[in-house]
Design a protein around this ligand. Structure first.
Ligand code: NOJ
Ligand code: CA
Length: 548
C-alpha cells in the first residue's frame, strides 16, 4: 500500500489517473464498467503508484453523452452501483492512499432532470424556464433558432419545444447535444444547487472535483449572434467570460472550509495560457488542464513553446501547472504520435485518419513522452490504459458508435468512442477479463491480448512495468514533482532541462543519436540503448548529473 499522501498541497505534484468508469472493470457482468469493478482493482492502481483517481460522471443519466448529461449529481446511476458502494469506494481508495476526484458538470443537465421536465411542461413564462435559457425563435412564427450559435457536437445550439397546448413553442439553448440543456448561472437556484452538490461529496470524503467545461457556464444576457472576426478576450457571448470567476471564488471558499481543504481542476479550453491561469489565481481554482501540451505534436519547438508558456503563466499567479497526454475526449496519444508529426492543433481521430500510422513508432514516442511529462514541474494526469500502451481503436463499426458527435456531425466525425474501449486485463480474446460478458458496451479488438495487464505484468520491457518504474522514481527523486526547471543548451531536435538537485531530462525527437553528458548516470530511459552509442531518436532519459 502507498503511504497516505498527507501533504496539504498534494495536488501541486500528484500523479492522477483518469478512471473511465464504463471501461475500467465490469463487476456485475453486464458489459459496462462499474463501481464494484473499480473497487476490485484498487490494488492495481496502488501498484501503479498513482496518488489519486479521477472518476468520470457516475451520476444517474440517460447516457446521451456517456454520463455528461446528469439527472441528479447527488446520486449514482444504477448501471454503476449505489450511493453506498460509492461511499465504500471512497473509503477504500483512501485506505490505499489514493485520493478521489469526481467530475462536476455545471454547464448543463440532462433533459430528464426534473428541473428541465418541469420547465418544458410548465409552458412559456413558467418560473422553471428561468433556470435554463429559453427564448422565442426568430422568423414570422418563431420557426428559426434565436441565434446562430453552433453546437460543439455540430448543428444548432437550439432545440424547439412543443408547448403544453401542442403548439411549437420556445427554443432552449444547448452548447452540446439537445439532451444537455444549458443552465442559467444567473439563477440563484442553480448556484445553490451546485454548492449543495460540492458539499454533498466533500462531506463523503471526496478530495476534489474536475469541472466540466469550466469556461462555458456564463452567457451574455442577450445571447447575441456570434460575430465574424472573433472577440476581444472575455467578450465572447458564451466563452471564458469574466463573471465565471466569481462562481469559482465561491467554490474555492467551499473547498477551503473543509479539513483538509479540497481541490479543483478546471477543464477550460481557452485561447492562451494567460487566459487559463486566470482560473487558478490564488482565490480561485487550484489547477487547470493544460491542453496546449496535450495538443502539441511530438516536435521539440511546439512542445518547448507549450512548456514555456505554461510555466511562465502559472508562475505569474503562483499556481502549479498540470500536464496530460490523453483523455476521454481525444485520440489516444500512441495513435497520434504514430503519424508523421506536423505543427498545428490536432486532437481528434479525424485529424489523423488519412495519415499512415506506425504503432511501433507511436509506442516508442509515448514512452519518451511520459518520461518527459513526469519530469516537468507540477501535476501529471494519466488516462486509463495509457500505462498499457493502448492505441486508439480506429475501426469501430459505425453501428456501435455511441458518441453524439458521430450522429450530430452528420456522421462526418467518428467521435470519441475509439479512446473509450474497455481495458484488457487478461486472456487471449475479448472481453480480456474486463467482464464476464462477451458483450461489452464497446467491442474490443481481437488483437489486444498483448496489451492485457496480465501479459505485461512482470515483463520489465513492458509499458506497464515501465510506467510503474517511472512513477516510483518520480515519487522518490527529490528533484521531481513541484518546483522549477531550467532549459540546458542542446543540439537541434533535442530538448534538455535540469532540475535541482542533480537532475537532467533529455529528449531526442530527431532521427540522429546524440552524445549524453560525460559522467551522467542514467536513472531511467524510455528504451534500452547500448552504452556509448548515444541517445537514440524518439528516446528520453532521466540523468543523475552531479555538480550541475
Ligand atoms: C467535456 C467532457 O470531457 C466531454 O466528454 C463532454 O462531452 C462535454 N464536456 C460535455 O459535457
Ligand atoms: Ca457492470
Amino acid at each position: 500500500m502507498n503511504p497516505p499522501y498527507d501533504d496539504a498541497d498534494w495536488w501541486r505534484e500528484a500523479v492522477i489517473y483518469e478512471v473511465y468508469l464504463r471501461s475500467f472493470v465490469d463487476g456485475n457482468g453486464d458489459g459496462v464498467g462499474d463501481i464494484a469493478g473499480l473497487r476490485s482493482r484498487l490494488q492495481y492502481l496502488s501498484d501503479l503508484g498513482v496518488d489519486a483517481i479521477w472518476i468520470n460522471p457516475w451520476y444517474p443519466s440517460p447516457m446521451a453523452d456517456a454520463g455528461y448529461d446528469v439527472i441528479d449529481q447527488r446520486d449514482i446511476d444504477p448501471e454503476f452501483g449505489t450511493l453506498e458502494s460509492a461511499e465504500a469506494l471512497i473509503d477504500e481508495a483512501h485506505e490505499y492512499g489514493l485520493r478521489v476526484i469526481l467530475d462536476v458538470v455545471p454547464n448543463h443537465t440532462s433533459e430528464l432532470r426534473p428541473w428541465f421536465i418541469e420547465a418544458v411542461i410548465g409552458g412559456s413564462g413558467c418560473p422553471g424556464r428561468a433556470r435554463y435559457h429559453f427564448r422565442t425563435g426568430r422568423g414570422e412564427h418563431g420557426e428559426l433558432p434565436p441565434n446562430n450559435w453552433v453546437s460543439e457536437f455540430g448543428g444548432s445550439t437550439w432545440t424547439r419545444v412543443t408547448e403544453p397546448d401542442g403548439t411549437p413553442g420556445e427554443w432552449y439553448l444547448h452548447l452540446f447535444s439537445p439532451q444537455q440543456p444549458d443552465l442559467n448561472w444567473n439563477h440563484p437556484d442553480v448556484r445553490e444547487d451546485f454548492a449543495l452538490t460540492l458539499r454533498f461529496w466533500f462531506d463523503r470524503g471526496v478530495d476534489g472535483f474536475r469541472i466540466d467545461v469550466a469556461h462555458y457556464l456564463v452567457k451574455g444576457d442577450d445571447l447575441p449572434d456570434l460575430q465574424e472576426g472573433g472577440y476581444a478576450s472575455g467578450e465572447h457571448p458564451h466563452w471564458d467570460r469574466e463573471a465565471l470567476h466569481d462562481i469559482y471564488r465561491d467554490w474555492r471558499r467551499i473547498a477551503d472550509s473543509y479539513t483538509p481543504p479540497r481541490m479543483f481542476v478546471a477543464e477550460a479550453w481557452v485561447e492562451s495560457a494567460q487566459r487559463l491561469v486566470r482560473y487558478v489565481r490564488p482565490d480561485e481554482l487550484h489547477t487547470a488542464f493544460n491542453f496546449d501540451f496535450l495538443a502539441s505534436p511530438w516536435l521539440p519547438d511546439p512542445l518547448r513553446r507549450a512548456i514555456d508558456e505554461t510555466l511562465a503563466a502559472h508562475e505569474s499567479v503562483g499556481a502549479a501547472p498540470t500536464w496530460v497526454l490523453s483523455n476521454h475526449d481525444v485520440a489516444r496519444h500512441v495513435s497520434r504520435y504514430a503519424r508523421q508529426q506536423v505543427e498545428g492543433i490536432a486532437r481528434f481521430l479525424d485529424d489523423y485518419l488519412d495519415r499512415p500510422a506506425d504503432l511501433s513508432v507511436g509506442i516508442r514516442r509515448a514512452r519518451a513522452a511520459v518520461v518527459q511529462m513526469l519530469a516537468l514541474p507540477g501535476c501529471a494526469y494519466l488516462y486509463f490504459g495509457e500505462e498499457l500502451g493502448l492505441p486508439e481503436v480506429e475501426d469501430l463499426p459505425d453501428e456501435v458508435l455511441l458518441d453524439p458527435m458521430f450522429q450530430r456531425s452528420g456522421r462526418t466525425s467518428r467521435g470519441r468512442d475509439g479512446c473509450r474501449v474497455p481495458l484488457p486485463w487478461s486472456g487471449d480474446a475479448p472481453p480480456y477479463g474486463f467482464s464476464h460478458s462477451v458483450r461489452t458496451w464497446l467491442p474490443q479488438p481481437f488483437d489486444w491480448a498483448r496489451y492485457a495487464v496480465a501479459a505485461q505484468e512482470g515483463d520489465p520491457a513492458s509499458m506497464l512495468e515501465f510506467y510503474r518504474t517511472a512513477i516510483r522514481l518520480r515519487h522518490s527523486h527529490p528533484a521531481l514533482g513541484d518546483g522549477s526547471m531550467q532549459w540546458v543548451p542542446t543540439p537541434e531536435g533535442v530538448l534538455g532541462f535540469a532540475r535541482e538537485p542533480d537532475f537532467l531530462c533529455v529528449v531526442n525527437y530527431s532521427a540522429e543519436p546524440i552524445v549524453l553528458p560525460e559522467g551522467a548516470e542514467i536513472l531511467l530511459s524510455s528504451v534500452e540503448f547500448a552504452a556509448g552509442a548515444g541517445l537514440p531518436g524518439d528516446t528520453a532519459v532521466w540523468l543523475d548529473v552531479p555538480r550541475l
